[in-house]
Design a protein. Structure first.
Length: 298
């Protein structure tokens, strides 16, 4: 009647895949407890570490839970406890972890009536409460693990993308908050055809490189000519961090989701740890507080 789950953080966009590509960070995430209760409905009963709304329809985890619950005719309800480790507004899928966790846990308690794509559909409703638009590039990797590509939102189609065995991510989260809705507002409504061509060439080649374990091609494809030039201005020392990680042997780096976190990919744990040193040296000198993680991509 009760399940305790780990709901992982995720990196969306991955430079050239704005709103479609993402990967899962196995080492960082929220914990949640989902419990059946005699009373019908969805109830947030505990939220630790951050001040988030308890009313289900105002809470990301509550909204996705309600989206699922309303499709069912149950004579019982669910209680949700959230032990939030992913800071809201950090750029590593905080709202997605909440949105996914509630529906994943409920589905387990119900005997798995829904598949992962259907769970993503419910979670999109919760994510939309936070980011004011329906996208699934954090939700899909949180549910499926590894790399995913959201081929379309309506109808929802998610592709699981393989990745090389020795691929590691290093993520730094400078402690400034950037709301997804705000960092979407700085983006242009139209892009130049020449930029679009470069971007889809890089996205295609990144996906190919992930399939073929081609680390050099991963490195050559991790570029974003459309979004990063606008959003990087919101992130202090972004260009310095990028230079430093490339110097430390990373394959590439970019903004994680809508920022301010910065992700970097590396071949091997040792390089990922060197990249960690390089990233933190920039922020240590600047006085900005930060969290930093290394995670293997599975
Ligand atoms: N693709 C989204 C964005 C992810 O970059 O705005 C953040 O939720």
């Amino acid at each position: 009647n009760e399940i305790k789950i780990f709901s992982p953080a995720t990196v969306a966009n991955v430079s050239c895949g704005f709103d479609v590509l993402g990967f899962c960070l196995d080492s960082v995430g929220d914990e949640m407890v989902i419990r059946k209760t005699d009373k019908k409905g969805i109830y947030l009963t505990k939220i630790e570490n951050f001040d988030l709304p308890y009313e289900a329809k105002l809470n990301v985890a509550g909204v996705s839970a309600l989206a699922m619950y309303e499709t069912l005719d149950l004579d019982f309800g669910f209680e949700i406890e959230i032990y939030k480790n992913i800071k809201p507004g950090s750029g590593i899928g905080s709202s997605a972890a909440s949105a996914v966790g509630s529906v994943f846990g409920m589905n387990e308690l119900l005997g798995k009536p829904f598949n992962k794509t259907q769970l993503t559909e419910f979670a999109i409703k919760g994510e939309a409460l936070a980011s004011k638009c329906e996208h699934a590039d954090n939700l899909a990797p949180a549910l499926f693990g590894g790399f995913t590509l959201v081929k379309s939102v309506s109808p929802l189609k998610i592709l699981e993308i393989p990745s090389p065995d020795d691929l590691y991510a290093t993520i730094i989260h400078p402690q400034i908050e950037i709301k997804t809705s705000e960092s979407r507002a700085v983006l242009p409504k139209e892009v130049a055809l020449s930029d679009a061509i470069e971007q889809w060439a890089n996205l295609g080649s990144l996906v190919h490189a992930l399939h073929t374990n081609d680390y050099n091609l991963i490195s050559d494809s991790l570029k974003d000519v459309i979004v990063e030039p606008h959003r990087s201005q919101l992130i202090p020392h972004f260009n310095d961090v990028k230079q430093a990680v490339l110097g430390a042997g990373a394959l590439g780096a970019g903004i994680s989701g809508s920022g301010p976190s910065i992700f970097s990919l590396s071949k091997g744990q040792e390089t990922a740890n060197n990249v960690k040193e390089a990233m933190q040296s920039i922020y240590l000198n600047s006085g900005i507080k930060f969290d930093i993680h290394v995670s293997k991509i599975n």
